[in-house]
Write a protein that binds this ligand. Structure first.
Ligand code: GLU
Length: 548
C-alpha cells in the first residue's frame, strides 16, 4: 500500500536513495577539518547579522583547513530578487568572504541552489512515503486556520500533531479520489516522537540543550513539489558533507524536527552551533538589530562611513571570542588569522553590537598601518567617494604619506583616524588648495599673547628643519621667553602677571598660524612635513591677516 501510494504521488521519480548516496561520497578531509556553509535566501541583501554569520562560518573552515561553501536556499519563491545571488556574492566579496565551492562557483557536491535539487529531495520524500513515514495532506487553508484558532482557544500547542493530523491515516483510495479532483496537497512527516519524552543534545555554542521529541507532522514538501527548509536542510547538509551547521539561534526551536528527520533518513546528525543574534542598546532596553529600523544593520553603512572591512572583522572577532581583544591589544602585529577561535567561547545570549566599540577598534587598526599602506587604502576610498580629494592625494603622494606618518610606527601611535573620511576632515591643512578654502570657514579667537614679532622671529632665527625634537623645543622656549612667555606652565602659574603666556601658548600660536586648528598631530613633525616655504608663507599670511 505504501509503495503504491509513493508511486501514485511520484510516478516520475525513479531514482533511489542508494543511487543518490553514491553520487555524493563522503568528503575526504583531514580529521578535525570543518565543513561549514553559508545558506542565505537569494534576497539580494546581506545585512550585518548575515555578514557576521558568514564570517564565523568561514573562519572556522579556514582555521581547520576545511571547506566553506555557499548554498542558496530559494525554495521560498517570495524571497527572491533578480540578480540577488550575484549581489550577495559581491557584497560578501567586499568583506573578503569567499567560498571554496558553492552556487555560481561550482564544486563536487552541487547543485548548490536548492531549486535545482528538486529531484534529489523527491527521491527521499518518495522513499519516506513508501516506508509509511510520510503522507500526503490535503488540508485546506481554511482547515488549517480553523485548527489554529481551536488550538489557540484551548491554549494548546500549535501545529499538526496527534488528533489534529487529519490525513495521517488517509487510505489509498481516498488519495486517489483527491488526486482525481486535482486537489493540492503537501507531504507531511509522520512523526513518531512523544512530546513527553526529552532529548538531550550538545550544541557547540549553547552547550547542553534539552527539548521534547518531535511529534509534529511537519510539512516536508510544499504544494509546488519543493521541500521546506527543514527537509532541504537535512538532505543538503548530509550530502554536501557539512560537519558543523552554524546558523542563527532562531532555528534552535526547530532542532527536534531536524533531529527527527535525520533519524528517519538514517543519516548521521552533524554538529550544531546556534549563534545568538546581534543586539543593540536602545535607550534602556536591549533589542535585536533590525533591518528596518537600524541603518547600521546594512553593510553598506560601514563602507559609506569609511569603516574599513578589516576593522569590522576585528570587531567581529572580539564579539565572537572576547579573549581575542586582549590578544589583539597586547601585540601590535597580532592578526585574526593567527588566532584560534572556539565555538564554545561564543556568547550564549544576545551579542551586543556597539558602534563606539567598533570605532575605537577602528582607531587602533588605523594606528597600526604603515603610512604607505594607509595612503593606498585612503586613495581607494576617496576615489570612490570624493574624487577631488583623491586627486589631491594622488598629486601629493609624498606629502600625504609624510603627513600620515606623523606619530606613526612609534610606541604610542596617534589614534586620531577612526574612518577614512577622517583624513580629509582632520588633515585638510596639509594641502595648500584645501587650506585656502577651509581656513575661511574656521572662526579664530585671537588672544592677546598672539604676537607677530614672536612668530616671525622664531621662524627666521630659531626654526631649523634639521634640528632634532629636543633641540627644536629648546629653541621654541628660548624664543618664546624672549617675547615674554614663561618657559613652563609652572613658572607661569606662580607669577602670571610677569608673562604674556607660557610655552604652551607660544606653541599654540605657531600651530594656529599653520593650521587654524587647536588640535593637530605633533607640531615639530608637522612643521618638517610642511617645509620652509609653506611654513614661512602661512606665518606671514597669518600675521598680515590677524596680528599687528
Ligand atoms: N536560509 C536559512 C536562513 O537564511 C539558513 C539557515 C541555515 O543556515 O541553515 O536563515
Amino acid at each position: 500500500m505504501n509503495q503504491e501510494l509513493a508511486d501514485l504521488l511520484f510516478p516520475n521519480v525513479t531514482g533511489t536513495p542508494e543511487e543518490i548516496q553514491a553520487l555524493y561520497p563522503k568528503r575526504n578531509r583531514p580529521v578535525g577539518s570543518m565543513v561549514t556553509r553559508f545558506a542565505p535566501s537569494p534576497t539580494g541583501f546581506i545585512h550585518l547579522g548575515s555578514l557576521y554569520t558568514s564570517w564565523i562560518c568561514q573562519t572556522f573552515a579556514k582555521q581547520s583547513d576545511g571547506v566553506f561553501y555557499l548554498r542558496i536556499e530559494d525554495t521560498d519563491g517570495k524571497r527572491q530578487v533578480e540578480n540577488g545571488i550575484q549581489m550577495m556574492i559581491d557584497d560578501l566579496h567586499s568583506y573578503e568572504i569567499v567560498f571554496d565551492e558553492g552556487a555560481t562557483i561550482g564544486g563536487d557536491y552541487g547543485p548548490y541552489i536548492q531549486s535545482e535539487r528538486k529531484d534529489i529531495y523527491q527521491v527521499f520524500i518518495k522513499s519516506l512515503v513508501a516506508q509509511g513515514l510520510a503522507y500526503p495532506c490535503f488540508m485546506t487553508k481554511e482547515e488549517l486556520e480553523q485548527m489554529r484558532n481551536m488550538q489557540e482557544a484551548k491554549k494548546e500547542r500549535l501545529g499538526c500533531y496527534g488528533k489534529y493530523a487529519k490525513y495521517r491515516d488517509i487510505t489509498l483510495s481516498e488519495v486517489k479520489e483527491k488526486l482525481q479532483q486535482q486537489l493540492p496537497y503537501v507531504i507531511r512527516l509522520k512523526a513518531m516522537g512523544k512530546f513527553e519524552r526529552t532529548i538531550e543534545m550538545k550544541d557547540a555554542v549553547k552547550g547542553k540543550v534539552k527539548f521534547p521529541e518531535n511529534d509534529m507532522d511537519v510539512v516536508i514538501m510544499k504544494t509546488d513539489g519543493l521541500p521546506t527548509y527543514h527537509f532541504a536542510h537535512v538532505i543538503d547538509d548530509r550530502f554536501m558533507g557539512t560537519t558543523h551547521v552554524i546558523r542563527g539561534d532562531e532555528w534552535l526551536s526547530s532542532l527536534p524536527i531536524h533531529v527527527n528527520l535525520f533519524q528517519v533518513l538514517h543519516f548521521n546528525i552533524p554538529k550544531y552551533a546556534h549563534i545568538s543574534p546581534l543586539t543593540k542598546k536602545d535607550g534602556e532596553r536591549i533589542r535585536k538589530l533590525s533591518k528596518r529600523h537600524d541603518p547600521e544593520c546594512a553593510i553598506h553603512y560601514y563602507k559609506e562611513q569609511g569603516i574599513p572591512a578589516d576593522a569590522l572583522k576585528l570587531y567581529f572577532a572580539t564579539l565572537m571570542n572576547p579573549n581575542f581583544e586582549q590578544y589583539y591589544m597586547s601585540d601590535r602585529t597580532a592578526t585574526i588569522d593567527e588566532y584560534q577561535f572556539e565555538l564554545s567561547k561564543m556568547s550564549v545570549g544576545g551579542t551586543l553590537f556597539d558602534i563606539d566599540k567598533l570605532t575605537s577598534l577602528s582607531r587602533i587598526y588605523f594606528s597600526r598601518l604603515k603610512a604607505s599602506d594607509l595612503y593606498e587604502k585612503m586613495l581607494t576610498y576617496y576615489e570612490e567617494y570624493d574624487s577631488e580629494f583623491a586627486a589631491l592625494l594622488k598629486s601629493h603622494r609624498t606629502l600625504s604619506i609624510a603627513a600620515l606618518n606623523i606619530e606613526r610606527e612609534v610606541k604610542r601611535p596617534r589614534k586620531d583616524l577612526a574612518n577614512y573620511g577622517d583624513m580629509k576632515r582632520q588633515m585638510w591643512y596639509f594641502y595648500d588648495s584645501l587650506f585656502e578654502v577651509e581656513k575661511q570657514k574656521r572662526p579664530l579667537v585671537i588672544r592677546d599673547c598672539y604676537q607677530a614679532d614672536f612668530l616671525k622671529t622664531y621662524i627666521r632665527d630659531y626654526w631649523c628643519e634639521t634640528d632634532d625634537k629636543d633641540t627644536w623645543y629648546e629653541k621654541v622656549k628660548q624664543c618664546a621667553q624672549k617675547f615674554g612667555f614663561a618657559k613652563t606652565t609652572k613658572e607661569y602659574k606662580e607669577q602670571p602677571d610677569q608673562y604674556i603666556g607660557h610655552i604652551g601658548d607660544a606653541c599654540e600660536l605657531i600651530r594656529i598660524a599653520l593650521t587654524y586648528c587647536l588640535e593637530t598631530p605633533d607640531l615639530y613633525e608637522m612643521m618638517n612635513v610642511f617645509g620652509r616655504t609653506t611654513v614661512e608663507h602661512r606665518i606671514n599670511d597669518f600675521c598680515n591677516s590677524y596680528l599687528k
